[in-house]
Design a protein around this ligand. Structure first.
Ligand code: DUC
Ligand code: ZN
Ligand code: ZN
Length: 479
């Protein structure tokens, strides 16, 4: 009987810590050995000229997410898993919703069942949109016991946004139960005021989405989110940082030793507000929040990535189609920007864009790329070392990557059930040729093959990174 199920031979194996030309042995779905030469495998995969990377870990994706109005996002777990595999990603963390006036436990069961139908290994963030005593005291402990270690809050969006008081309640619950808090940082009142004023003035086209939420509203909410987290001594991750003003707030907090991390997304280094000014309804294809900025801001985001202020790149994948009844046009093609759903699809495009714009263009090293897209998100979410790295004992989740392959992104290549990609026509250098999930080849040369229902739930337990620092003003911490 061969010692290994699979040997991957002759590739350049890259982790967040370094690279080595070596063979890799897989047994029972896990990395079993790294060595100069591995023989004795049932199957050999030749990787000459390829990079062997840990499978991508996308810790911010909205998949098959129920909405308050009773609809469900168009990209379901099967199509989203296929899209993730097409782009070299093997693990996703998605969002269990909560709606005002309701609890979280029913949603947990429902959403877990949805996710179980897909092929992606997955964990969940729990959204808290109504921080009632019942939810905080009785239900949060139950979802934590079921493997959730991150609570997500919104400081904007109707009907999701929390008051400062409720945000503090969530921070305290997270502190008590050993969770990370992830925060959408934009100021609800400021955006609401500007949105009404723009619409009253007849400025309703998609491009005014960016006008309704300029960097200052992101900076203000980022500052407040960090300040209140400092008050409570609770670690947070600021989601989808789009601009230097917000990144500066994070850098200042990090310099003071706070446990504050920053995430950004491919859209904030590729798309611009001008994309939302395309003719007719086209601009809706690029509408997400925070809004895309401009090329100067892209350069500043890259700078913050290089300096480590932003250490995770997620997709913020959101499955709204362009023309479908549940998509961007759900309220008609003349709808004011306020009534066009926010969010863009990006599961498959994430790794190729960041590799191409980052590594191929010399902005970041290969090790930084792996850290940003796999190792750091896995660590921050308590999935390491099972996910996000290549080492003995880790799951054999791999992306075999051709660093020289030039590809023009098309919607067909995204392999999602969405009728467009905001990255149509973008030329990238570097592309995944094979994706392996727990030792199973799930994508080869663009062909995805995986059994629906084969994705595993990844319950998360306590982990050190989110332990509070033990520093509070005056040393006083109310019970
Ligand atoms: N912004 C979010 O906060 N969530 C989903 C999509 C988006 O653009
Ligand atoms: Zn968000
Ligand atoms: Zn999001």
């Amino acid at each position: 009987m061969p010692e290994f199920d699979i040997a991957i031979r002759g590739g350049q194996v890259a982790t967040g810590f370094g690279t080595a030309r070596c063979d890799l042995g897989i047994r029972a779905g896990r990395i079993a050995a790294l060595a100069e030469r591995i023989d004795g495998a049932a199957q050999v995969i030749e990787a000459d000229g390829l990079l062997v990377l840990p499978g991508g870990v996308d810790t911010h994706c909205h998949i098959e997410q129920p909405e308050a109005n009773g609809t469900v996002h168009e990209s379901d777990f099967v199509s989203a898993s296929a899209s993730a595999f097409a782009g070299g990603t093997t693990t996703g963390i998605c969002f269990i919703p909560q709606f005002k006036g309701a609890g979280i436990l029913d949603r947990f069961a429902d959403y877990r069942a949805r996710a179980a139908k897909g092929m992606l290994d997955h964990g969940f963030h729990q959204i808290i949109a109504d921080a009632t005593e019942e939810v905080i005291e009785r239900e949060v402990p139950q979802v934590v016991a079921a493997g959730i270690r991150s609570l997500k809050v919104f400081l904007t969006y109707e009907p999701l946004h929390l008051s400062d008081r409720d945000y503090i309640r969530v921070l305290l619950a997270a502190r008590k139960h050993g969770c990370l808090v992830t925060v959408h940082c934009e100021n609800y009142e400021a955006i609401d005021w500007r949105t009404r004023a723009l619409i009253d003035a007849g400025m309703t086209a998609p491009k005014y989405h960016a006008w309704s939420r300029p960097p200052v509203v992101e900076r203000e909410a980022t500052h407040r989110a960090i300040a209140l987290a400092e008050l409570v001594d609770q670690p947070i991750q600021v989601f989808h940082v789009s601009c230097e003003e917000a990144a500066e707030e994070i850098a200042r907090a990090q310099a003071r030793g706070l446990k504050v991390w920053g995430e950004t997304c491919p859209q904030y280094v590729t798309l611009t507000a001008a994309d939302m000014d395309r003719p007719g309804f086209e601009g809706a294809k690029f509408m997400c929040s925070p809004a895309p900025r401009d090329a100067d801001e892209h350069a500043r985001i890259w700078d913050r990535i290089r300096r480590g202020t932003l250490d995770v790149v997620s997709s913020d994948h959101c499955g709204y189609s362009f023309g479908g009844t549940l998509g961007k046009a759900q309220n008609g093609r003349d709808a004011p920007f306020r009534d066009i759903p926010n969010g863009i699809p990006g599961l498959a495009a994430r790794l190729p864009i960041i590799f191409s714009e980052g590594v191929s263009k010399g902005r970041i090293t290969l090790e930084q790329f792996v850290a940003l897209t796999s190792t750091n998100p896995a660590r921050l979410m308590g999935l390491a070392p099972r996910k996000g790295t290549i080492q003995p004992g880790a799951d054999a989740d791999l992306a075999l990557w051709d660093p020289r392959r030039k590809v023009t992104i098309t919607n067909a290549l995204m392999q999602h059930a969405i009728d467009y990609t905001p990255y149509e026509g973008l030329e990238v250098t570097g592309w995944p040729v094979m994706t392996i999930r727990r030792g199973e080849v799930v994508m080869r040369d663009g062909k995805v093959q995986a059994e629906p229902g084969s994705g595993q739930y990844l319950p998360r337990g306590p982990y050190d990174l989110v332990r509070p620092r033990g520093v509070t003003p005056n040393g006083f911490m109310p019970a």
